[in-house]
Design a protein around this ligand. Structure first.
Ligand code: PHE
Length: 509
């Protein structure tokens, strides 16, 4: 059997993991959530959420990969027979995420190119986004063919992704040195620009000064905790794959803390850029900051470009910088999702070339993703994202914590972690994995389901929620079983399964 490839150093692993974690969620979701939930208060709760659920679960996921030296399906199979299906389901969810994530990257690329002619469209960024780029149809029922600018950029983005992952760990190691570090530099430049603008301080006040009255709102806590989940890219099998590329004896806890801090920094720095710049724009337009703030794609594609166009000088340069950073942040998150799915195939077919496996994974995700490059793509994307983030990731996170905390008896993962860490984990970690995380996820799940039944999400027609939302959730486990059957060698062939006999129960040790 061919040798498993490993990261060339611990720092490359850390950069790759930060690259996966820091993405669009940090750039446009975090600032908006902070704005909605009381600024400084949200910052504090996010820090707490990182400590209570982020670090423990990320540590567990990476440690499983590192101990088993396998990607999600076969790593979980080693814990208990039959659990490989959970692993396949995780990475299939990741497959659906990347298929639409790339459409958003494509919009960003269109803006990057468009930045050079910023002054012409900046007067009406809304029309530019919805009519010129998306060519948005009137609803999910009207697909309306492809939006050419989105389709072309999606092809370009996929080519970029493919060449990042084509040699597996080897090429990823080279790429993350740039994709995970340059955004920090670009953010630093944008921060200097933002905080020196007139009016910036009004915006920054909103970001930093706590509004203690929000502390009792359950919405604030739920938003902060679920943001941490999505942001750290846990429960998609990515971190298990990345952990499995670490040599078995690598140090664990310190690296996980560095990854969490790096990811938080990207959110924090994005917050300063967004709040500062919007404070300036509000002043220019003579309105309150609240009147210009918006969430989701609207922030990056409508409001922020408008703010940049109002800059006193070098607006084109700052627009290019912003969308280049946007692309880099999204790129290493996107290819980590591809890696999460390619790694299990490599476990099953160690003799097949990386290039082939990566190619077919990219091609499949591109083909599914074509849906999101149509004129109704934004609707489909919004629906799929809502369901995967609010249900898919929560179910998988729940299962992961139950497996580590309850199924895998005798605190065996904790022993492994402590044998390989400079900073030891104690009963607080077990408490988080066994009780706090599962309990919190159940509460979140129930609240989400109740909200779902109160009114159809964003008033989309129910059929579209069933097809594009529930569809991927139901399909993923079915695909998991089929892919597993197709990739399991017959008994007489050399079998990967010889290699993954489950560990004996701890009482046998
Ligand atoms: N963490 C990434 C972000 O914040 C998104 C992501 C989620 C990437 C899940 C991979 C897996 O944008």
């Amino acid at each position: 059997m061919s040798e498993r490839h490993h990261w060339p150093s611990k720092w490359i692993f850390i950069l790759a993991a930060i690259g996966s974690a820091a993405g669009l969620g940090n750039l446009w979701r975090f600032p908006y959530l902070a704005y909605e939930h009381g600024g400084g208060t949200f910052l504090l709760v996010i820090l707490l959420a990182n400590l209570i659920v982020g670090i423990p679960l990320l540590l567990a996921e990476v440690a499983i990969g590192q101990k088993m030296q396998k990607a999600a399906p076969d790593a979980l199979e080693k814990i208990k027979k039959g659990y490989r299906y959970i692993g396949w389901t995780m990475v299939t969810f990741g497959f659906f995420v990347v298929s639409y994530y790339v459409a958003v990257m494509a919009w960003g690329l269109d803006y990057l190119v468009g930045s050079f002619s910023l002054p012409t469209w900046a007067a009406d960024t809304k029309t530019y986004f919805f009519s010129n780029i998306l060519q948005l149809s009137e609803g999910p029922g009207t697909m309306g063919g492809f939006s050419l600018p989105v389709l072309i950029s999606a092809v370009v983005a996929w080519i970029a992704i493919y060449f990042c992952v084509w040699k597996g760990v080897k090429s990823v190691s080279k790429v993350v040195v740039w994709t995970a570090t340059l955004p920090f530099l670009f953010l630093a430049i944008l921060i200097v620009r933002a905080v020196t603008l007139d009016g910036a301080s009004t915006g920054l006040q909103l970001f930093f000064v706590p509004d203690w009255s929000t502390l009792g709102n359950k919405e604030l806590w739920l938003a902060a905790f679920s943001q941490v989940f999505f942001s750290l890219s846990v429960a998609f099998g990515i971190m298990m794959a990345y952990g499995s590329y670490q040599p078995e004896r690598s140090e664990l806890t310190k690296s996980i803390v560095y990854i969490t801090i790096g990811n938080f920094l990207v959110s924090f720095m994005s917050g300063i850029v967004v709040f500062g710049t919007l404070g300036y724009m509000a002043l220019q337009q003579g309105v309150g900051v609240a009147d210009v703030f918006t969430g989701g794609p609207g922030l990056a594609f409508v409001v922020f470009p408008q703010a940049i166009s109002l800059l006193p000088s070098f607006s084109v340069l700052f627009a290019v910088l912003f969308f280049l950073m946007f692309f880099l942040l999204a790129l290493d998150s996107a290819f980590s999702l591809v890696e999460g799915l390619s790694a299990p195939f490599r476990d099953r077919y160690p003799h097949l070339s990386n290039k082939k496996i990566s190619f077919y994974v990219c091609l499949a995700a591109f083909l599914v993703g074509l849906l999101y490059t149509t004129k109704a793509g934004l609707y489909y994307l919004d629906i799929t994202d809502h369901f995967l983030v609010n249900y898919g990731i929560i179910i998988m996170g729940f299962l992961l914590s139950i497996i580590v905390g309850w199924v895998w008896q005798g605190d065996r993962l904790k022993k492994f972690i402590n044998e390989h860490s400079d900073w030891k984990v104690g009963s607080l970690w077990s408490l988080a994995i066994k009780f706090v995380i599962p309990l919190f996820l159940i509460i979140l799940f129930v609240i989400n389901v109740i909200n779902e039944f109160k009114a159809p999400y964003e008033d989309y027609p129910v059929w579209s929620l069933l097809v594009f939302g529930l569809g991927p959730l139901v399909l993923a486990p079915i695909i998991a079983v089929i892919v597993d059957k197709l990739t399991t060698p017959k008994k007489e062939e050399t079998s990967w399964s010889d290699d993954i006999t489950p560990d004996p129960p701890s009482s046998f040790e």
